[in-house]
Design a protein around this ligand. Structure first.
Ligand code: CP3
Length: 345
């Protein structure tokens, strides 16, 4: 191993490669976000969130903000899993206070048949331009994570028309108009594979597939109608790239077994998952996580204790420290600092 690879800068990739390091690498989901005043400042120039994520310079700027402030062990491309919607014909709007809204949700076979054909390289060039720019600015300091949503999670926004508690309309399509559901999943799987391959070509050194809402489904429905699509994405990336692959889902402890078969190197867990049990049940599987983001509202002694509990569980294995879901807009920066300080103590 070269001396360069012993640097703390390589902590992240060394863990992905299975090395046990004394200090664990850390990044934070939504590390570039509204909890940072410097993010809000840039964000204020873009009334429309879509114009923001389509601007490579702005995306590069906010990607680097948490790196410069905290010295995290990986950067994540600033973008969104919903970039695939407008290019596929979904009329997407981010409405302040309401979140992502799709004005023409997919509810019928005709809707699914009228998806737009996507030219990934051309239609999403701003993402690849952003990746190149970020790599330039990072100048080898730490790796850059590229990402996409899992097809089920992206489909759920296209079908529901926004965030949803039950994913009832997604399940209606899956169970009652399976042809429409599978057309949509096929469309998303194909473009997601290209999208991620092009991110790697542009310079992404790690890929994360965020299938946040997969946990809404039973293991049998997951195995039958969701997992095979996600697995195709990991298989295609494994065959065409050599970057580490991360899978993340929220509230999906019951799906841990199916997730271990997807072909990802790392499985991101949320806080409902029992990490100690997971490492016992799957000793050869590497995990990421899994502190409850709301812990960061607590006094620093509590943050320290709960972070330390995680570190104890993973001390003899490779691991990536993270929250179990994204950092919330009103989480105090001091809470994030207490989390990072404990990991580095
Ligand atoms: O720092 C990073 O993590 C990289 C950037 C990133 C964003 N979204 C920026 C963003 C990433 C990786 C995502 C992923 C994403 N987006 C997911 C999967 C991960 C997860 O959190 O479960 C999902 C489900 C989405 C969809 C989405 N985008 C929602 C539900 C919202 C609204 C929520 C909110 O906080 O308003 C967004 C908008 C969004 N994407 C914001 C950010 C920073 C907030 C927009 C703003 O600044 O107003």
């Amino acid at each position: 191993m070269s001396s360069r690879s012993k640097n703390r800068d390589d902590l992240f990739l060394r863990n992905c490669a299975g090395e046990v390091t004394e200090q664990k690498p850390v990044w934070i989901m939504r590390q570039a976000g509204r909890y940072l005043s410097e993010y809000r400042e840039v964000r204020a120039n873009f009334p429309n969130f879509i114009d923001f994520y389509k601007n490579p310079e702005a995306a590069c700027k906010v990607t680097l903000q948490p790196i410069d402030r905290f010295g995290l062990d990986a950067a994540i491309l600033f973008s969104d899993i919903l970039t695939l919607l407008p290019v596929s014909g979904s009329d997407l709007e981010f409405i302040p206070g309401k979140g992502p809204t799709v004005h023409n949700p997919i509810r019928t076979l005709e809707d699914a048949q009228s998806l737009k054909k996507v030219d990934v390289e051309k239609d999403l060039h701003f993402v690849f331009d952003g990746v190149k720019l970020i790599r330039e600015k990072l100048d080898g300091r730490i790796p850059l994570i590229g990402f996409a949503g899992g097809p089920l999670t992206v489909a759920s926004y296209m079908i529901e028309g926004g965030s949803s508690r039950e994913l009832a309309k997604t399940k209606q399509l899956m169970f009652h108009i399976p042809e429409a559901y599978h057309l949509l999943m096929e469309h998303l799987t194909q473009i997601t594979i290209q999208y991620l391959q092009l991110q790697v070509e542009a310079g992404a050194q790690v890929i994360c597939v965020m299938d946040s809402w997969a946990g809404h489904f039973s293991p049998s429905d997951y195995n039958e109608s969701i997992g095979p699509y996600t697995k195709r994405i990991f298989d295609a990336l494994r065959a065409s790239t050599n970057v580490p692959l991360i899978h993340y889902a929220n509230g999906a402890s019951a799906l841990l077994k199916p997730f271990t078969g997807l072909g990802a190197d790392v499985l991101g867990l949320d806080w409902r998952a029992d990490l100690a049990q997971a490492v016992t049940d799957y000793p050869d599987q590497m995990f990421q996580g899994n502190l409850d983001p709301c812990t960061l509202y607590a006094p620093s002694e509590i943050i320290e204790k709960k972070t330390f509990d995680i570190l104890e569980i993973v001390k003899d294995r490779p691991h990536i420290m993270n929250l179990g879901h994204g950092v919330l807009p009103d989480i105090p920066v001091s809470g994030v600092e207490a989390f990072l300080k404990t990991i580095r103590a």
